[in-house]
Write a protein that binds this ligand. Structure first.
Ligand code: MSP
Length: 521
């Protein structure tokens, strides 16, 4: 057994509407996961749903359904969404699953036995809508709370707390010693200056069951349920534990046994990358490593933080109708057009802006014209001039192809997805220019140029093959279609096969089919 590359996304609130932001995060994680598989690594990719909490309880009540039934129905919508995006996850966690609850309870019992948890009165201004206690920082200059918080009332109640403050100096040192733990560096600096500027408050990790029953019961105090963030963050660890990960089982020894016992245990922990949005950095870069460290568990290797999408320069909002519906875009343009736009438009880190005009422009110039044309022209010419049979190898475009293969490999290793696409398109552009400069359609009219025509056709068909391999992590459907049109079996899912010269002479390619149909308007 060897450790797999373990990557996760945030788990989405089950009662939210799947939107562009959720789609983007899953696609980013999917490309990284596929990229690592393409590099030959064994990967485990986890995504899923956050299903407990006040809002779910209330929405279920409003619909007259038991919360579990309500969650089960919504989970179907999310699973379809994940499939629609072409996500290659290996597991799907729902925080209402028994396998998850068992690990949350085990962790709570261990921390309780160690004296990391204590009970104390909690007083605060509570936003019922956002299920969170607010602080003075959340007040507006006139002292009131923004109406966006919904109803806010003062609440005093006994609760369970986690002694986070104990571990503050450990975490500062850990982040200083592990420069890649939070990426990009701007987010790391934010976390560090937050930690260095004030003492950490202990984390309230419970809610009275009388007020909130839709949660995981605190195992040593049945009047309480676990509060959502402790529950939600633990998903990243409960799945490895359920798969029999040795590090997880060692850390939870005496508190947890996987049920059922996995036939083939997986080695997953520590997670290699948690992909998350900028709004939940503090939970992942402060609470989570402290929770783990307190329980004697190694922190994840990296929290990779992406920015937020807007549409037309404004926050997306259902009330104003300013939204991008990923499913509608995919139904109209295809999944890879959607994946391409979000990955090419926005690097991991900064905020992005979706515009329909920008989407159409990239679709038409970069997908339909540049990529679509290259594949179509290459296969058409090979059929017209050589009956679809690949000529003898030739290496005129090899230097460019090799440069791009190397660049894409580095980008995949460093999670630089946008740079990888820029690099791949430089090869596509080069190959299209090569057609324009070498004019194979003219050479074909002159039998004396037959040898030269063979060379050109080989360079083109081989470049198309290389492009399909390079594209696979990003646009898996398109890559597979190109590969099939080239007459090859299986998926172009191994970067090692991109090396120049892989297209065998004498091989017969298939017929070209339009990859990205041109759209009117
Ligand atoms: N349930 C919590 C996460 C728990 S993780 C242990 C949650 N859920 S969420 O549904 O609100 O958000 C899920 C992810 O989507 C988060 O990483 C969040 O940053 C991301 N996005 C939500 N809106 C977004 C945009 N407009 N743009 C990009 N990503 C956004 O938070």
């Amino acid at each position: 057994m060897s450790k797999r590359f373990y990557i996760t996304t945030a788990i989405d609130y089950v009662n939210g509407q799947p939107h562009l932001g959720h789609a983007y995060e899953k696609i980013v994680a999917d490309v990284i996961a596929r990229g690592r598989r393409s590099l030959g690594q064994e990967v485990f990719f986890l995504t899923g749903l956050d299903e407990h909490g006040q809002k779910v309880q209330r929405s279920a009540q409003a619909e007259g359904k038991p919360p579990q039934v309500y969650c089960d129905e919504l989970a179907g919508v999310w699973l379809n969404f994940v499939r629609k995006l072409g996500i290659s996850n290996d597991d799907f966690i729902r925080t209402t699953q028994p396998r998850h609850k068992a690990v949350v309870q085990a962790l709570l019992r261990k921390l309780h036995d160690q004296g990391d948890l204590y009970k104390a009165p909690y007083r605060g201004w509570y936003s019922w809508k956002e299920e969170t206690f607010l602080t003075d920082k959340d007040r507006r200059p006139d002292g009131t709370f923004d109406p966006a918080w919904g109803e806010v009332t003062e609440l005093v109640e006994e609760n369970w707390f986690f002694r986070m403050s104990r571990y503050q100096s450990w975490l500062i040192e850990y982040i200083q010693d592990h420069p890649d733990f939070v990426h990009p560096p701007s987010r790391r600096n934010e976390v560090l200056s937050f930690l260095q500027s004030r003492p950490l408050e202990d984390l309230c990790i419970s809610r009275p069951a009388s007020r909130l029953s839709w949660g995981i019961p605190i195992p040593f105090d049945p009047d309480y349920v676990n509060y959502v963030w402790f529950d939600a963050l633990t998903n990243y660890f409960s799945v490895p534990a359920a798969h029999g990960d040795p590090a997880a089982l060692a850390a939870l020894k005496g508190y947890y046994q996987p049920d059922p016992v996995p036939e083939a245990p997986l080695e997953l922990w520590p997670a290699d990358i948690h992909v998350i949005g900028k709004d939940i950095v503090r939970f992942h870069a402060i609470y989570w490593p402290i929770m783990l460290h307190a329980a004697g568990i190694e922190p994840p290797r990296q929290v990779l933080v992406h920015g937020w999408w807007q549409k037309d320069g404004q926050k997306m909002s259902k009330t104003t109708g300013n939204v991008v519906d990923p499913v509608a875009v995919i139904d109209e343009w295809g999944v890879d057009a959607f994946r391409y736009y979000v990955l090419r438009e926005l690097d991991i880190g900064p905020d992005g802006n979706w515009t329909d005009a920008g989407f159409r422009a990239r679709y038409s110039a970069e997908l339909a014209n540049a990529l679509g044309n290259l594949v179509h022209r290459t296969l058409s010419m090979l059929h017209r001039y050589r009956n679809g049979v690949v000529p003898a190898p030739h290496a005129e475009l090899e230097p460019e192809a090799t440069r791009v293969i190397t660049e894409v490999r580095t980008c995949l290793e460093q999670n630089r997805l946008q740079d990888a696409l820029i690099s791949i398109w430089s090869l596509i552009t080069r190959a299209n220019q090569y057609i324009d400069h070498t004019t194979p359609f003219k050479l074909a009219k002159d039998p004396a140029q037959s040898g030269r025509l063979d060379q050109i056709l080989y360079n083109l068909v081989e470049t198309v093959r290389v492009v399909a391999v390079l594209l696979w992590p990003f646009l898996p459907t398109t890559a597979a279609r190109i590969h099939a049109q080239l007459g090859f079996q299986g998926e172009p899912d191994r970067l090692a096969t991109a090396a120049w010269g892989g297209c065998p002479p004498g091989h017969t390619v298939g017929k070209p089919e339009v990859l990205f149909p041109r759209k009117e308007g």
